[in-house]
Design a protein around this ligand. Sequence first.
Ligand code: LLP
Length: 386
Amino acid sequence: MICKAAIEAFRQIETPFYYYDMELLHATLRECSMQAAKHGFMVHYAIKANDDPRVVEAVRSHGFGVDCVSGGEVEIALEAGFEPSKIVFAGVGKTDAEITLALKAGIGCFNVESIPELEVINQIAGGLGVTAPVCIRVNPDIDAHTHKYITTGLAENKFGISAWAFEELVAALRAAHNVRLKGLHLHIGSQITIMEPFALECKRALEIVARFREAGFDITDLNLGGGLGVDYEAPVANPIPPFAEWFGTVAANLPVAPGQTVHFEPGRALVAQCGSLVSRVVFVKNGKDRNFVILDAGMNDLIRPALYGAHHAVENLTPHEGQCRYDVVGPICESSDTWGEDLQLPGTARGDLFAIHSAGAYGQVMAMRYNQRPFAKAYYSDEIIK
Ligand code: LLP
């Protein structure tokens, strides 16, 4: 919930902007870290969800590691002071320059997504005279029942190495003398709100571990990726995602052998709910059949509704008398620049402040300058509330 003092402070700030509730962020990080500790699980924050320096610093302060998907993210994580050994690096198209950077930094693990990548890492590591720690990202072929664009674990997706390539993989690993196999990496998708896919993921992981064992490899690290969903419908009622249920499901379905560590890579679950996109009403336009509330925040500031048809709760923070049905839209010249259609809202006037909720994950990081709009700034509750 956005408190009255924050709303008062918002009146002085140029809109649109991202607002981060630091108290909620810390509460979420504390809960995740406490639930993970119960099982001895290790959590790496998927920094792609939000790389704002204050958000990243909060994550670091709770002792998390980082999951990166580019050289740029590895650099940000290092600059933010994460221990290199707590950095894991995934991505289907790691360039030679990115691999070199990560090897020189001494990161904890490469999550390797193809046999050619394994060969290139081996070659570059050899040239540098180092050994590259790797997990093999396996495509588990599991349907996570989420949006098509954020499903990653199906055989048809580009991610990971599929089971049919196992023999070839084993041969490549045996030939890769500058690579040390630590374990497996799986990630089945994002915004997953039911636990069954995670239970199935554990089953797949166990099957694959058994195959590696038979081939003579010792598997010490099991990284199950991220994907825990958040409540976009009722963010105020459900601000903290069900970490206990997620980790509990894995603990119940994945017997961990002595010496093995289980890793996770949540992004959205840690940061989505602490962020809001705050906007002002530029105009209220009454049409023949519809009334439009036109905000100064657009799809360039938060692309999720336009790109995935995602729902974000919209709230008038400075409401007036009465109720009315409105289409709430942005200023961009695209019809998909819409925050919600036919919404029942309180009376709304020019100058009102709106919050678009759950914007902390995949909001600011995916911003762009379409229509020559400037990047929106970020503000933090502990800096603006007196
Ligand atoms: N690990 C890997 C290997 C990933 O690819 C991802 C997300 C994560 C972890 C973190 O997933 P999370 O816990 O956040 O679900 N832009 C989209 C989401 C793309 C997710 C990409 N990979 C959205 O706004 O819904």
